[in-house]
Design a protein around this ligand. Structure first.
Ligand code: ASP
Length: 439
C-alpha cells in the first residue's frame, strides 16, 4: 500500500506543527511520499513564507537586494531547525538561496523557494530523501503542466525510492526555468505524485477536518461531508468552496485514487473522503444532497425573441458577441424564445455591459434584452438526486416558504447539481434555507 501525503502551510508553520507532522508520518509506514507547502502563518497576524517571498521579489525589483524580507525567511527556518535540533547546516543553504533569487530575478523562482526550503528541512527531520519537484514536474513555455511527460518522470524518478519529501507548488519548464502553479498549488503536486506512484490513497493534511456541507459563516452548525465524488467536489469548488485546489482533482481522477482530507491537528477525525462514482457508498440514510456552495455578483442578460429556435445560428451569434468582448460565460440557461447568459459582474464594469447589450441588439435583433444585476448563484450538489424523486420540489418549496425569490434555474444535464440565481440580498437566507431543508 502506498500513501502520498501533502501537508499544507499551517501544518508546516512552526516546530510544534513539524512535530505533529512527524508523528503522523511515522505512525504509518505506508506514508511514503510527503509533499510539503511553505510554512504558513503561525497566528492570524503572522506572514506566510510565500507572501514574504513575493515581497522579496518586489523588493529585489525596486532596490536590487532582498535584505529585509529575506531576513524574515531566515529567521523562520532558523527557529524551526534550532527548536527541533534538526541535523542540518541551514545557513549555507539560505545563503545560496538568497544569491540564486538575486541572480535569477524571477518571481516564480523566488516564490518557489518556500516549498524548496521547507522540504529540505522536513526531509532532514524525518531522515527521508529530498527529491526536488523540478526533476519531475514539467511545464510548457506558457506555464501549463505537461501532464503525461510529468507522469512518466515521476514514475521513473520515484521507482526505487522508499521514502521521500518533495516540495509542492513548482516544477520547471523545458528551458530549465522554475515555474509555479497558481496559489495553493501544492495540492496539485500531491495529486500528480499520487498518480505517478499509483498511490492507494492521497492524504491531504490541512487545518480543518474536511469539507463542510456549506460555509460555516452562514450555517455555524454545518457538518463535515463524509464522502463526496470527484464530480461533486468539482461542482462545489467551482462555486467557491475551497479546501483543495480545484485543479488538484484531475490527476487523481485519472488514476482513480481516493483523496482523504485530514486535519493535522485532529488526526483522529475521519475527514472527507473524495472518491470515484463507483466507490461511493451511502452511509446509513444520509441526505441526498452532498453540499451547498454559492458565489455572489453575477449579471444575467436575458434575450427574448419569438421563434428563436427556428433561426439557424442564433446562439452562435450571441456567443460571438461575448467572445468579441473576451467574456467568460458561467451559464446559459435557455427556454422557449429566451436565452440567458450569466456572466460574473466583475467582467462587465466600466461600460462593458452597455456595449455588450448594444452589440447583441445589433447582431441578433431580439424582441427584448433584459438585464438583471446583483445576482448570486447557489449550487445544491448531490449525485444521488438523479435517482430520487422530489429533490427539486423540496428545494423550491423550502425557498418559497422562506420568501426567497428565485430569478433563474439551471439544472445541468448531469443531474448532479441544481443551480439557482437569487438576489445578492437573499444569498445567506437561501443557503441556510436549503441546508435546513435537507439536513
Ligand atoms: N505556498 C504556496 C501558496 O501559499 C502553495 C501552497 O501552499 O500550496 O500559495
Amino acid at each position: 500500500m502506498i500513501k502520498v501525503c501533502k501537508f499544507g502551510g499551517t501544518s508546516m508553520a512552526n516546530s510544534k506543527a513539524f512535530e505533529q507532522v512527524k508523528d503522523i508520518i511515522l505512525s504509518d509506514e505506508n506514508r511514503r511520499f510527503i509533499i510539503v507547502s511553505a510554512p504558513g502563518k503561525r497566528d492570524k497576524n503572522d506572514r506566510k513564507i510565500t507572501d514574504t517571498l513575493y515581497a522579496c521579489y518586489d523588493e529585489l525589483v525596486a532596490t536590487g537586494a532582498i535584505k529585509e524580507n529575506f531576513q524574515f525567511i531566515r529567521d523562520r527556518f532558523h527557529e524551526i531547525v534550532t527548536q527541533l535540533k534538526i541535523d542540518i547546516d541551514i545557513e549555507p543553504i539560505l545563503d545560496r538561496t538568497e544569491s540564486e533569487i538575486i541572480a535569477q530575478k524571477s518571481a516564480e523562482f523566488t516564490a518557489s523557494r518556500g516549498e524548496y526550503l521547507s522540504a529540505i528541512v522536513m526531509a532532514a527531520y524525518l531522515g527521508f530523501e529530498f527529491v526536488d519537484a523540478a526533476e519531475m514536474i514539467r511545464f510548457d513555455s506558457h506555464g501549463r503542466l505537461n501532464a503525461e511527460y510529468t507522469d512518466d518522470k515521476v514514475k521513473t524518478r520515484l521507482k526505487d525510492v522508499k521514502h521521500a519529501v518533495i516540495p509542492g507548488f513548482y516544477g520547471r519548464d523545458y528551458e530549465g526555468k522554475v515555474r509555479t502553479f497558481s496559489r495553493g498549488g501544492s495540492d496539485i503536486t500531491g495529486s500528480i505524485i499520487a498518480r505517478g506512484v499509483k498511490a492507494d490513497l492521497y492524504e491531504n493534511w490541512t487545518d480543518v477536518s474536511g469539507f463542510l456541507i456549506c460555509d460555516p459563516r452562514i450555517v455555524p452548525e454545518a457538518k463535515p461531508i463524509k464522502q463526496i465524488t470527484y464530480k461533486e467536489l468539482r461542482e462545489l469548488s467551482y462555486m467557491g468552496a475551497s479546501v483543495l485546489h480545484p485543479e488538484a482533482i484531475f490527476p487523481v481522477m485519472k488514476g482513480k485514487i481516493l483523496i482523504n482530507i485530514k486535519n493535522t491537528f485532529k488526526p483522529e477525525d475521519p475527514g472527507t473522503m473524495i472518491v470515484p462514482n463507483d466507490k461511493y457508498e451511502l452511509v446509513g440514510n444520509e441526505s441526498i444532497i452532498t453540499g451547498i456552495a454559492g458565489k455572489k455578483d453575477f449579471t444575467v442578460i436575458s434575450i427574448e425573441k419569438s421563434m428563436m429556435n427556428a433561426e439557424v445560428g442564433f446562439i452562435r451569434r450571441v456567443l460571438s458577441v461575448l467572445e468579441h468582448f473576451n467574456l467568460c460565460v458561467e451559464h446559459l440557461p435557455s427556454g422557449i424564445d429566451t436565452l440567458s447568459v450569466v456572466i460574473a459582474s466583475e467582467q462587465l464594469k466600466d461600460g462593458v455591459l452597455d456595449d455588450v447589450v448594444n452589440e447583441i441588439r445589433e447582431n441578433v435583433s431580439p424582441d427584448y434584452v433584459h438585464v438583471i444585476e446583483n445576482i448570486s448563484l447557489i449550487a445544491t450538489v448531490g449525485h444521488g438526486m438523479s435517482r430520487r424523486v422530489g429533490t427539486s420540489a423540496k428545494l423550491f418549496n423550502a425557498l418559497a416558504e422562506a420568501g426567497v425569490n428565485i430569478r433563474m434555474i439551471d439544472q445541468g444535464s448531469s443531474e448532479l447539481n441544481i443551480i439557482i440565481g437569487v438576489a445578492n440580498s437573499d444569498y445567506q437566507k437561501c443557503i441556510s434555507t436549503i441546508y435546513k431543508a435537507f439536513f
